[in-house]
Design a protein around this ligand. Structure first.
Ligand code: ADP
Ligand code: ASP
Ligand code: MG
Length: 405
């Protein structure tokens, strides 16, 4: 007998038939004698619709009310799955974030989990009931509902697995594992049997949506055994493991893309000490995360500051930069949402030179212009025009010898 957490994403609970299918998978684990906590996402498309309601009413909406709205999708699916499990003759109940409770900080819209008191839920599953937990949500100080950022149900699942000291955290989704790149863009992508926490973390952080970044970070720190697998097919998925468990190490393990960023250029600011501190201080104050940054010095002693922020943060970034225009004296604010960030990830970069150069060459061969570059120990990222996303990812997949035979 084992204690396990099973998480089902949006496409896996997209309609009642899919929810019935999920219930059958849960039934199988329970019938095998396991104690089960299930974490569910909202039905696919629902969260997008809820987000749109908020932004259509007001682009600069109160993030606490945004969370009150977008958390509802998961409440629906948790109740529906509990109903179906009960219909099959099992004892089951839904749990909302505040009922467990899953305590978060007050960064509404992208809150972090501060702690989970799993005792009531544990007592419930130990008595034989199935816990069906609404993913993506928790409760912030002041008893306000908070959500964990897009894709946050993965993090709910891993955090719960850690709190319950579960043997496994199985992430069921619409692909049968983690691939060398998004298999929906590159049909020749190869499925990985295992991937290291470090590489998965890096891939997730640069856009591989298959796992939310924070969930991988948590899994790595809390030693949670995570498997990514299909909710539609009965085949082994991908295990996320320690680096030393991987025998055949590749220089490049994967390629990711993100169309969730926007590029901002603050034109012709005075080139003097403290400018960057003012710009990025104002953005941090507005709770806007900045990713890639480049600064170009002009001949006239001014400088252009170019950087990327999340597309969803663009209205807030615009407002924050507008407020400091007098102070730093820029001439224009250019905003370009039509960009994509393409990243190559691999632990082999620590020891092999020339990996970045292969990337630049492959993009040049396709006449794709690179707008911004950034690197880390095991990653190289470039910003390009969004229209070249697929072309770039495919070209790089081939260039690094990752294509399936
Ligand atoms: P869920 O709703 O189950 O959470 P997501 O849409 O969040 O599912 O994540 C699964 C999707 O991640 C896949 O459909 C696939 O398009 C995408 N994806 C991106 N990169 C990868 C990758 N390297 N391996 C597998 N899937 C990937
Ligand atoms: N429903 C939320 C989202 O679409 C959380 C999740 O699916 O993980 O972002
Ligand atoms: Mg997801």
């Amino acid at each position: 007998m084992a204690r396990i957490v099973m998480k089902f994403g949006g496409t896996s609970v997209a309609d009642l038939d899919r929810i019935r299918n999920v219930a059958q998978r849960v039934k199988r684990e329970v019938d095998a004698g396991n104690q089960v906590a299930v974490v569910v996402s909202a039905m696919s498309g629902v969260t997008n619709q809820l987000v749109k309601y908020c932004t259509d009413l007001s682009p600069l909406h109160d993030p606490r009310e945004y969370d009150a709205v977008v958390a509802t999708g998961e409440q629906v699916t948790s109740g529906l799955l509990a109903i179906e499990l009960q219909r099959l003759g099992y004892e089951a109940r839904s749990w909302q974030g505040w009922q467990i409770p899953i305590q978060t900080n007050d960064a509404f819209g992208k809150a972090r989990i501060d702690g989970i008191d799993g005792s009531a839920l544990l007592a419930s599953i130990e008595s034989g009931a199935i816990a069906v937990v609404a993913g993506f949500q928790g409760v912030a100080p002041g008893a306000r509902i908070a959500t964990l950022g897009r894709g946050g149900s993965d993090t709910s699942a891993v955090a719960l697995a850690a709190a319950l000291k579960a043997e496994r955290c199985d992430i069921y989704t619409d692909v049968d594992g983690v691939y060398t790149t998004d298999p929906r863009i590159v049909p020749k992508a190869r499925k990985l049997q295992k991937i290291s926490y470090e590489e998965m973390l890096e891939l997730a952080s640069v856009g591989a949506k298959v796992l939310q970044t924070r969930s991988v970070e948590l899994a790595m720190n809390e030693r949670v055994r995570v498997q990514v697998l299909s909710s539609f097919q009965d085949i082994p998925g991908t295990m996320v493991v320690d680096e030393d468990e991987i025998v055949e190490k590749q220089n490049v393990s994967g390629i990711a893309y993100s169309r969730d960023d926007a590029k901002i250029t603050v034109r012709r600011v005075k080139d003097r000490p403290g400018i960057a501190a003012i710009i990025f201080g104002a953005l941090a104050e507005a709770n806007v995360n900045v990713d890639m940054i480049v600064q170009n010095l002009g001949a006239d002693g001014t400088t252009d500051m170019t950087f990327t922020v999340g597309k969803a943060d663009l209205p807030r970034a615009h407002a924050a930069l507008g407020a400091i225009k007098e102070e730093i004296g820029y001439t224009d604010l250019l905003e370009d949402p039509d960009v994509a960030k393409i990243s190559v990830v691999g632990v082999g970069m620590r020891s092999h030179a020339g990996i970045a150069n292969t990337m630049f060459r492959a993009l040049a061969d396709k006449a794709i212009n690179i707008q911004v570059i950034s690197t880390s120990e095991i990653k190289v990222s470039v910003l390009i025009g969004a229209e070249y996303t697929e072309l770039a990812v495919r070209a790089l997949h081939t260039a690094y010898g990752l294509d399936a035979a």
